[in-house]
Design a protein around this ligand. Structure first.
Ligand code: NAD
Ligand code: DAU
Length: 354
């Protein structure tokens, strides 16, 4: 059953994946109106969206997804056909320091968006061609040992406040489908890398520190395993699932690119050395093993075969090529990186939105 969006509320569109999504879809679908609702926390960066900020089919609204008054007003005024919900507190380490911020945004915020959708979209007990797309994570499934992969039927078993709050939001989305018939889809994706990621996450952090000659903090022994997917392949999957996914369906998205953290860091080190024309091996000497993350999930791996067989999705980037391009992107977008590192990206948003 396909869905044809006419007016889309994108939440969290100034973050890493949300901005990559908007940069792709706003020019690609000129007849669709996009509203980007983003609170602009530390993770929201309007510099990411410069290429589309003046597009006629794009509007930015600064606001909180947990603000019921604002959310209900936007649904009433804009008559969205579609919600693509990225907004979240997304960093596991921050969730260990401040779990309630994660419960508020990820659980209460999602519930606020769902309830506004239910109220606005239900007409005489039924829904038309509307859809609530919830962007979620593989972390809701917990951790794996050396074997096996997560799939759509894996039971939920989250361990961190981040993954528990995402699991809570997934359950709410499913509950609104099962209870009210709200048309929904959910995708659960593995670790993304690529342009515009805030340099607190492993990949951009290591690129920045390797280039600067600083210590590279690897948690524990670097033996934990993650599956890596280029953000543009995730964005492609989201667009495909949004339009062609089954109502009530859940889809696992992953890159079939499992790696130990230490191997990821070593790859980045060598690519940075190459790009900066230094002797290869220089950056590896900066690797520093530090205390492990509490409750650190050992291994994630995703089986994306449902998405491949049902919707024909294929990733376009190999890990090797995608990571090479990503290292190049961070090293050649100095203006963006400097603004993030010195905090002046906040001034840009203050100039634009007070
Ligand atoms: P991010 O942290 O880069 O961006 C989050 C965005 O949400 C920011 O722009 C921030 O300002 C906004 N935001 C935060 N709280 C808000 C609130 N209360 N109201 C409105 N906006 C708010 O996150 P990301 O890495 O782009 O992740 C986007 C989504 O994808 C998240 O739901 C995350 O759980 C999921 N996800 C991420 C990955 C990954 O590897 N990054 C993988 C799978 C799934
Ligand atoms: O799996 C999907 C998830 O991937 C998303 O849902 C999250 O939003 C996203 O942040 C990411 O979570 P991780 O915790 O896997 O990503 P992070 O980049 O924080 O860490 C990746 C791995 O690297 C993890 O095993 C911890 C380790 N690490 C991380 C940092 C920041 C280090 O060894 N050193 C570091 O400094």
């Amino acid at each position: 059953m396909s869905h044809s969006p006419t007016s889309i509320l994108v939440t969290g569109g100034a973050g890493f994946i949300g901005s990559n999504f908007l940069l792709r879809v706003v020019p690609h679908y000129p007849d669709v109106a996009f509203v980007n609702l983003d609170l602009l926390t530390y993770a929201g960066n309007l510099l990411n969206l410069k290429a589309i900020e003046d597009a006629e089919n794009y509007t930015f609204v600064r606001g909180d997804i947990a603000d019921g008054g604002l959310v209900n007003r936007l649904y009433d005024e804009r008559r969205f056909s579609t919600v693509v919900h990225f907004a979240a507190e997304s960093h596991v380490d921050r969730s260990i320091m401040d779990p309630l911020a994660f419960v508020r945004t990820n659980v209460v915020g999602t519930a606020t968006l769902l309830d506004a959708a239910r109220k606005t979209w239900m007409n005489d007990g039924s829904f038309g061609d509307v859809r609530f797309y919830h962007v979620s994570t593989d972390e809701v499934f917990g951790e794996l040992d050396d074997t096996g992969e997560f799939s759509e039927s894996t039971p939920y078993d989250p361990h961190s406040p981040y993954s528990a709050s995402k699991a809570g939001s997934d359950h709410l989305v499913r509950a609104y489908h099962d209870t009210y018939g709200l048309p929904i889809v959910i995708s659960n994706c593995s670790n993304n890398y690529g342009p515009f990621q805030f340099p607190e996450k492993l990949v951009p952090l290591m690129i920045v520190k390797a280039a600067a000659g600083e210590p590279l903090p690897v948690y524990g022994k670097g033996a934990n395993v993650r599956d890596w997917l280029h953000v543009e392949d995730h964005v492609d999957a989201i667009d495909l699932i949004l339009r062609n996914g089954r109502d009530g369906g859940t889809y696992c998205v992953g890159g079939r690119a499992e790696m130990k953290n230490l191997a990821v860091v070593e790859t980045i080190c060598d690519l940075v050395d190459e790009a900066l024309e230094r002797e290869v091996g220089t950056a590896r000497k900066q690797i520093a093993f530090v205390a492990d993350r509490p409750g650190h999930d050992f291994r994630y791996a995703i089986d994306p075969s449902k998405l491949e067989s049902e919707l024909g999705w294929r990733q376009a980037h190999t890990f090797e090529q995608g990571m090479r391009e990503t290292v190049q992107w961070y090293l050649s977008n100095r203006e963006w990186l400097d603004a993030v590192m010195d905090g002046s990206y906040r001034e840009y948003l203050a100039e634009q939105y007070g």
